[in-house]
Design a protein around this ligand. Sequence first.
Ligand code: ADP
Ligand code: ADP
Ligand code: ZN
Length: 209
Amino acid sequence: MNLILLGAPGAGKGTLAAYLIEKMGVPSVSTGNILREAIANNTPLGAKAKQFMDAGQLVPDRLVIDLLKDRIAEDDCKNGFILDGFPRTIPQAEELDKIANIDCALSLEVPDEVIEGRMTGRRVCLKCGATYHIVANPPKQENTCDNCAEPLHIRKDDKAEVVKSRLATYHEQTEPLKEYYGKQGKVKSIDGTQGIEETKRLAEKALGL
Ligand code: ADP
Ligand code: ADP
Ligand code: ZN
């Protein structure tokens, strides 16, 4: 199955994707993680993307479309993939439709009021991409990744001011994708305000897993 996870920044896409990888036996592809890795490695792509990400704006379509195409052409995506954070614009969705058959767009419904607490409590591992929350999903040892024992980081764009612009960007450019995939009969929506475990159950049910 080729699955897209839709939802606001902080809705829980990455957390759910990490679970579905195991359940579905396919990899997840997070354009946000790929871009953050590029920045950490000082690549030309990273240099181009950084200013947009730090400001809470989208990275230009051309850059992300190319990197997504390269990524899903890799061997491990042959039997399916979970897209987390792509597409985020209609042109990205149109490009994706040219190169892959999407089976389902699972939309995590979380109102803006809930998002801020998600972002301010989020902690990430820059090495393996694991995501934690200081209250909802704390690591076993404070501020340390369970997988690789690296110290955890607060994302620069999880500051309250940047979260505001990311939410505005989401409503303006990404939310219309629900209608785009709705017209194709591919959208399944679930309540994303429940706890992490309940959200996993709702997703499984919606996907028939
Ligand atoms: P979140 O998990 O909060 O939704 P991501 O990690 O997916 O955030 O993305 C972080 C940032 O990376 C975005 O704010 C944006 O600047 C950039 N980005 C990630 N994916 C895309 C995309 N598909 N198109 C444009 N920009 C993207
Ligand atoms: P996204 O990838 O959509 O930006 P994340 O999966 O990174 O979202 O989740 C954002 C933050 O909220 C993280 O700190 C994560 O641990 C936490 N989180 C995710 N899902 C839930 C949930 N259902 N209830 C409470 N907190 C959650
Ligand atoms: Zn880690």
